[in-house]
Structure formats: C-alpha cells, structure tokens
Design a protein around this ligand. Structure first.
Ligand code: AMP
Length: 399
C-alpha cells in the first residue's frame, strides 16, 4: 500500500510517499513559497540526486499538482500514475474538541475545522487547503487526518481546564489542547518496542526538544499531561517562544510599552525563548557555542531551559507516581548531548542517571540507550518520525 503524507504550512507543503509494507520512503520533498512567487520545490528520491525546480505556485492546489507530476515523472518519479497512491494522510495541528482520534477526511470534518480556525489561525487554513486540493485532484482516494491534539484527548478534565472563569472553557473553548502529539505518541510506542516491554505497563516522559518544544507524561500508552496548552506557546522556553510566564506580565508590558495584542503576541512568539534571553540566536547550537565562550546571557538561557525541563520531569513523575523511561527526541533532544546532560544532572533522587560516555558518543538516527548502569529509570534517545506515524494511522483507518 502506498501512502502519501502531506504537511501543509501557510506557504509550504511537505510530502512523503511511503510504501507501508516495507516502511520505505519512496520519495519526499518540500514546496516552498506557495502564493509568494519564485516558488522552490525540492524533490528527493533515495539513491538519486536531489531534484530542484522553481515553478510558480499560486496556491496549494498548484503545489500539489506539481508534486503529483514529480511523483509520476518518467525521470524523477517513483510511481506510474497517481492512481497508485492508495491513501493520503494529512498532518493536522488541531482537531478541536471533536476529533479525538485520526479520522477520515470528509465535508463534515472540513466544515468543523473551519469553525475552529479562530483558535488555530496559523495551521488551520493551510491544512484545510491541502485537504481540499487532494479532494479535487484525487477524488477517489481516501484521505485521513491525523491530529497533533488527539493524543491528549484522554487527559482528565482537571488536566486541561485552566483556572479561569469556567465560562471561558465552555463558551470560548479555552483549555489545554496539547500539540506535537503525533511525535509523542510515536516516540512513546517506540520506547516500549525498543525496551521490549508492554507500553500498557510503562510510565514514560517524552521530551520533544526542537525549535518548538514540549514534554508529555505517558502512562500505560495514554498521555496524562503535556506542557503545551491552548496554543503551542505554553510550557518550556523554546527557540523564540517564551513558554509559560506569569500571565500578568503580559498586560503590564502592553501598557508600559503601548503594545497592541498582535505586537505582544509577536514578542512572545518570535522574540523570546533562547533568542530573547541570550540575544544570540534561537538555535541551541549557537547558544551553546556562545555559552562556551563565556557569554553570560547564553549561559543563562541554557540554564533556564534545562531547569524548566527538569521541573516538568519532576512534576510528571509525581503525577504518574513513578517513571520507567525518560526519552529525548527532535532536533535538540536527539542531537545535543549537552541539554541531555544538563537535564539529567542531579536527578539521582528520582532514579535518573545517564552514562556520560554513552551520552556523548551516541549513534545518531537510531534509538539509543544512554542509561547509567545504576539508574533506576531508563534514559533513551528515540528519533521521532511523525510522518511514518501518520502513514501508519492512515493505513489502519483505510484498511
Ligand atoms: P527541530 O525544530 O527539531 O529541527 O530542532 C531545532 C533545534 O535542534 C535547534 O535548536 C538546533 O540547534 C537543534 N538541532 C537540530 N539538528 C541538529 C543537529 N544535527 N545537531 C545539533 N543540533 C541540532
């Protein structure tokens, strides 16, 4: 079965074509600058040179047409015709309160997703465009939506309702939704598989540390808590996002500096986090290099980040009354031994100890155990693969 996974952004569209039986990626690529002129499409087929074109892509429809041409092209393609695509899986950031698991795309779903655009303004419209484009271009091919929020649909009400007047939840749908769920679900399942254990008997904390970062508590295969909330802004500091702060700071800054809500939102989303604290960069690599050179604000940024992660690990261990595995994933979690070292330092009270040699000399791109011999809790690096998880969900629903 061949499954095309699509991840639509506001001006981009990423795609991967999977052969689900072998698990192989047959082709993948990115369409950039959709609707902006001077489009760029990069198409990659394993074992071949990358192919890059610069077409005009006024819409997601036109970008998908180009993807289908590339996939079926005599020279650059990997399938005979688009009828060879058995199903399409869409990455959808937000399923609102209605979509609690991956589901078939239909007009009822699209209508509902339109209604929740106000709480998902950045990611909702492009996802809907991607679904509409596929419906037009592949009318007979089943489509499945896989939601980043759905992994958190089993969280107890006390875990997702904020301590605001209750009407803000009932009327305005302001609650914790959680994000990155497809990654946390994949990584927690992989953890159990890697350790040869039944996930139903495991308590796992997954740390997805990338440019955007979140931490989830997974008990018996179900998410019981997560750091991101109403939006992907809550939780630990990120590349440019503040994460959680005292909420009163926001109206205070707005009044003092005369900022509009959009300007304040820009500060919180684009000028804060590692970038805001260090003044150096949003990229962990740059902050680490500056910290090693003695830059005090870069050192401060790394300490704030590591402490925020530690606090979540402690809180989630308490919430689950135990911990079997602490897992690091995504760009920073998989590749940066320093953040793993800082987080796991002085955590022996919780039974967490890493082997520093293994942590430094880990093998990239595969699950890797960095646990110290006398650690009670397993500490692992598990590379995430959200697209593969989407392909698996799509397959199981279509079958
Ligand atoms: P992501 O959003 O998952 O791409 O992660 C971005 C963050 O991960 C940045 O802070 C990078 O410093 C870090 N990162 C990503 N890839 C690598 C790599 N290959 N080596 C070191 N750090 C990386």
């Amino acid at each position: 079965m061949k499954i095309l996974v699509i991840n639509s952004g506001s001006s981009s569209l990423k795609y991967q074509l999977f052969d689900i039986e072998s698990g192989d990626v047959l082709a993948k690529g990115t369409c950039e600058r959709i609707g902006l002129g001077d489009g760029i499409v990069t198409h990659k087929v394993p074992g071949r040179d990358n192919y890059r074109i610069e077409p005009n892509m006024p819409s997601h429809d036109s970008a998908l047409e180009i993807v289908f041409e590339l996939l079926t092209d005599k020279t650059h393609g990997v399938i005979e015709s688009i009828e060879c695509i058995d199903a399409v899986g869409h990455r959808v950031a937000h399923g609102g309160e209605k979509y609690k698991k991956s589901s078939r795309v239909d007009s009822e779903m699209i209508d509902y997703l339109e209604t929740i655009v106000p709480i998902n303004p950045l990611h909702g419209p492009p996802a809907i465009k991607g679904m509409r484009a596929c419906t037009r271009l592949l009318p007979n091919t089943p489509q499945v939506a896989v939601f980043d929020t759905s992994f958190y649909s089993d969280i107890e009400e006390y875990g997702y309702v904020y301590a605001l007047p209750y009407e803000y939840y009932t009327e305005d749908k302001i609650r914790r939704y959680g994000f990155h769920g497809t990654s946390h679900r994949y990584v927690s399942q992989k953890t159990a598989e890697f350790l040869g254990k039944d996930i139903k008997s495991m308590k796992i904390i997954t740390c997805h540390l990338g440019n955007g970062s979140s931490i989830s508590a997974v008990d018996g295969g179900k998410a019981v808590d997560t750091s991101m909330g109403f939006t992907p802004q809550e939780g630990i500091p990120m590349g440019t996002r503040s994460g959680s702060i005292d909420p009163t700071v926001i109206p205070y800054i707005m009044k003092k500096h005369g900022l509009t809500p959009d300007e304040m939102s820009d500060v919180l989303n684009k000028k804060s986090g590692l970038l805001g604290i260090s003044g150096v960069s949003s990229d962990f690599r740059d902050c680490l290099a500056a910290a090693k050179d003695g830059n005090k604000r870069a050192i401060l940024a790394l300490n704030i980040l590591a402490t925020a992660i530690k606090k979540h690990v402690g809180a989630y261990t308490a919430e689950m009354n135990g911990l079997d595995a602490l897992v690091f994933t995504a760009g920073m979690g998989e590749n940066q031994s320093e953040i793993r070292r800082m987080v796991c330092e002085n955590m022996s009270y919780l039974g967490i100890k890493i082997d520093n040699d293994k942590n430094e000399n880990f093998t990239r791109g595969v699950p890797f155990d960095i646990t110290a011999a006398d650690s009670k809790v397993k500490v692992l690096i598990i590379p995430t693969d959200e697209e593969y998880m989407i392909a698996l969900d799509t397959e199981s629903i279509v079958r």
